[in-house]
Design a protein around this ligand. Structure first.
Ligand code: ATR
Length: 295
């Protein structure tokens, strides 16, 4: 009989809470990082109903869970159950990582750290530059806060419903000294040039989807770098159009991996260097694609 000694009495417990969680990539991601970094931990998915986050965390604390990732629909609801919150997560108003502290959990937002790490590893500088964010949901807010804390010179928030872009603009203006513009898609084409465009809209998401919110692809001639937070399809229409115009484009898979690495760093008080982070990303990319997309 084969002995299974992956876990033992010293194994530390982590997990992801959300609903649904069965399609989450985080268990594979975190258990892979743990193996690579030689840390004795287990990471499992937990379905938690809306309204039950507080009780779930009280139970988890008593059981000695050291940390969690938090996904849809709990990223905002979880805040009221925290003992402490990181200032960056507070600025975004959403939490995706919990770390055990005395009497409960402290909340962080590593979605923003993941995006920052992605730009860093891609060699894209934001400081004093012009950043365009497409969309005005939770992901857009995280992208806009990232641009603000990295001291971009100007940030354009472009959304179908301009009022939602205005709300993000108002919250940024409380601390950000640069210029913020909230505009609709018609005004996008008046922007003369930008250094980085981040698509956070879900409009082009889903296998076989060929829709792009940027209808005139020649616009990409004015932007040298594009990040699409979507990674299904692997190459979104925005990425295809951007590449056609000579613009470098990456999908959201790197952000997914780097937000997980950032959570792992917080839990274990370590720093994973860019080279190791890239190696982890490339291995998981191969695993995820399983030979699809020519990778
Ligand atoms: P998340 O919190 O994950 O960012 P969300 O709050 O659902 O998700 O936001 C989705 C974003 O995609 C919104 O900015 C939405 O625009 P509206 O605020 O105008 O609804 C944008 N979006 C979705 N479908 C779109 C479409 N067909 N064209 C343009 N924008 C679209």
């Amino acid at each position: 009989m084969e002995i299974n000694d992956i876990y033992n009495g010293k194994t530390r417990a982590y997990g992801i809470i959300g609903n649904p969680v069965e399609h989450s990539f985080s268990p594979v991601l975190q258990n892979t990082i743990a193996k690579k970094m030689g840390i004795n931990m287990a990471y499992l998915p937990f379905t938690v109903e809306k309204g039950s986050v507080k009780k779930a965390l009280e139970g988890a604390y008593l059981l000695g869970f050291d940390g969690f990732n938090v996904t849809v629909p709990h990223k905002v609801e979880v805040i009221e159950s925290l003992k402490d919150i990181d200032p960056l997560a507070e600025k975004i108003g959403a939490v995706n990582t919990l770390k055990k502290v005395e009497n409960g959990y402290k909340g962080y937002n590593t979605d923003i750290l993941g995006l920052g790490k992605c730009l860093d590893i891609e060699g894209v500088e934001i400081k004093d530059k012009t950043v365009i964010v497409l969309g005005a949901g939770g992901a857009a807010k995280a992208a806009a806060v990232m641009a603000a804390v990295k001291e971009a010179a100007e940030i354009y928030i472009v959304n179908r419903t301009v009022e939602k872009a205005e709300n993000i603009k108002k919250s940024l203006e409380k601390y950000y000294k640069g210029k913020v513009y909230a505009i609709g898609y018609d005004a996008l084409y008046n922007i003369e040039k930008a250094d980085c465009l981040i698509n956070t809209t879900s409009a082009g998401m889903g296998d076989g989807n060929t829709y792009s919110v940027v209808e005139d692809k020649t616009f990409f001639k004015k932007v040298p770098f594009v990040v699409d937070i979507v990674y299904v399809p692997w190459e979104t229409q925005i990425m295809k159009d951007a590449s056609e115009m000579g613009t470098r484009a990456v999908n959201g898979f790197a952000m997914l991996i780097y937000q997980g690495i950032a959570s792992f760093e917080i839990w274990h008080d370590i720093s994973i260097d860019n080279e190791t982070a890239k190696e982890i990303k490339e291995s998981l990319e191969k695993y995820y694609n399983g030979g699809k997309n020519g990778r």
